[in-house]
Design a binder for this molecule. Sequence first.
Ligand code: ASN
Length: 302
Amino acid sequence: MTKELTARLEIGSTIVRHAIDYFHDNGFVQLMPVMLGKSTDPLGPDPGSSILKTPEVEYLGAKFYTMNSMILHKQLAVRELPKLFILSPNIRLERAERRETKRHLFEFTQLDFEMARAKKDDVMKLVEVFMSYLSGALKGDDTARAAFRALGKEPFEFKPPFKVYTTHELEERYGGDWEAEASKAHDQPFWALCHKREFYEKEDEAHPGHYLNYDLIYPMGYGEALSGGEREFEYGRLAERMGADKLSMDVYRAYLDEAKKGLVASAGAGFGIERLTRFMTQAEHVGDVQMFRRVPGEQVVM
Ligand code: ASN
């Protein structure tokens, strides 16, 4: 193992430690992840998503899916725990070409959180405070300081509030590949609002065709850091949105049954731990922060 990888793993470990502290200190309860579910995030229709398939596992005569994300489980859990977070291992079988984006992995961990009755502004504020907390925490942490010194780098200084754009504005200014281009043109993260994506992200009732979701994009070409949104939680709206997306109601039966009993309004988001570590250590590829690389199209050692 190279000394760079050791340093990046140490920094990644420190990031997780401070992230967990931050969420605990803000009243969140940590849930353990599930890795198999009766249904999972469809990751689409989203032009940014490109998985080949969602693996299915048969166990004792029942069919399970591996987790693309725990969003549907978060919606069920937030009824009981109004502020929760999970270090959630996700499997996304990306196409081999995704290796070239330098920020896709076929296995990664996200810190996924959800808050009952929250709005998008609450989540954006919480994330901004977390980012600046993290810059300070890493600077004051002996392990991280030594590891950054070994890399010849400094922890990035996040300076919120971050700029806010809609995806329409970004597309107009930077074209179809706005994520990469706008990321290169900024020196602090920025928000991209209003993506047309999965059924669980709430449509703005006052402005149909607009969505109450948000992505945080890292600067300097590193691309997406986090995605999330306010949630659709009413059974009728969910069924309608799923129908429009041509999803099989059978696959989502258990989730829809819970929605029929009643979900609560919530908002949340998730950020990839490896992407955050890559950004903080300015690693060339997100696989460069993994001990066991999970890069699409790359030979796996173990
Ligand atoms: N974690 C994301 C969210 O909270 C979902 C995802 O990872 N696709 O919306």
